[in-house]
Design a protein around this ligand. Structure first.
Ligand code: PGA
Length: 251
């Protein structure tokens, strides 16, 4: 089956009002003709209202990088899924390795956030990925599939009809070191096969993005792999021309 590809920019903690305005205007102009690919940009929380107004009426969806699992309450500094949904947010990244590592998010927390995002009518982008040490120990698929199972066990496989998966090897994030297309394809196929063990049709429909130093020079080869359905792009998504070029590779 043909899955429509998705390219999502993860801006992380970068930007300013001026940057958001300039970069989104350029991205909108440079990707206007790319009708066969879905596009999304995930700015910081504080830039969501500005991004929402700039993206209104365009083909580019809005995403958030994080969310709390509760709908409201005494959680100083946090933002809930219903709050994000008010700003035309379509996608919410959950379980990014930076959140797992730097903010100690457990598999359980990630599953709770996944549920909260769907309960508010948005789509989680569930990030999975192994460390360099785990890859060298030969346990990549065990690690990635255990992260996946932590969510499937809580929400069921059918929930993945309204979600996106992103395979992001930690050693490839922000390092300029990309997984080879073969390395990535191998893990993507394992993820899809594992999902298929629970629900074959959902597995066929679910988009699995690759993330980790995607750039204009390597995107074509990565996106040509049968189980790679687009990319979650960090550093390169901060440059409109690079993001547009990567999006072109997916179209
Ligand atoms: P990168 O980040 O493209 O800068 O490696 C990807 C990500 O963390 O989502």
């Amino acid at each position: 089956m043909m899955r429509r590809k998705l390219v999502a920019g993860n801006w992380k903690m970068h930007g300013s009002r001026h940057f958001v305005e300039e970069t989104l205007r350029a991205i909108v102009a440079e990707t206007e003709m790319l009708e066969s690919v879905d596009l999304a940009v995930c700015p910081t929380l504080v830039h969501l209202p500005l991004a929402e107004s700039l993206l209104k009426g365009t083909r580019i969806s809005l995403g958030a990088q994080n969310v709390h699992d509760q709908a409201e309450g005494a959680y100083t500094g946090e933002v809930s899924a219903p709050m994000l949904a008010e700003y035309a947010v379509t996608f919410v990244i959950v379980g990014h390795s930076e959140r797992r590592q730097l903010f100690s998010e457990s598999d359980k927390t990630v599953a709770d956030k996944f549920m909260a995002v769907q309960a508010a009518g948005m789509k989680p982008v569930l990030c999975l990925g192994e460390s360099l040490q785990q890859r060298e120990q030969g346990v990549t698929s065990e690690v990635v599939l255990a992260q996946l199972d932590a969510v499937i066990d809580q929400v069921g496989a059918s929930a993945f009809d309204h979600a996106v998966v992103a395979y992001e090897p930690i050693w490839a994030i922000g390092t300029g070191r990309t997984a080879t297309p073969e390395q990535a394809q191998e893990v993507h196929a394992a993820i899809r096969q594992h999902l298929a063990g629970r629900d074959r049709e959902v597995a066929e429909r679910c988009r699995i993005l690759y993330g980790g130093s995607v750039n204009p020079a390597n995107a074509d080869e990565l996106f040509a792999q049968p189980d790679i359905d687009g990319g979650l792009v960090g550093g390169a998504s901060l440059k409109a021309a690079d993001f547009a070029s990567i999006s072109q590779s997916a179209s």
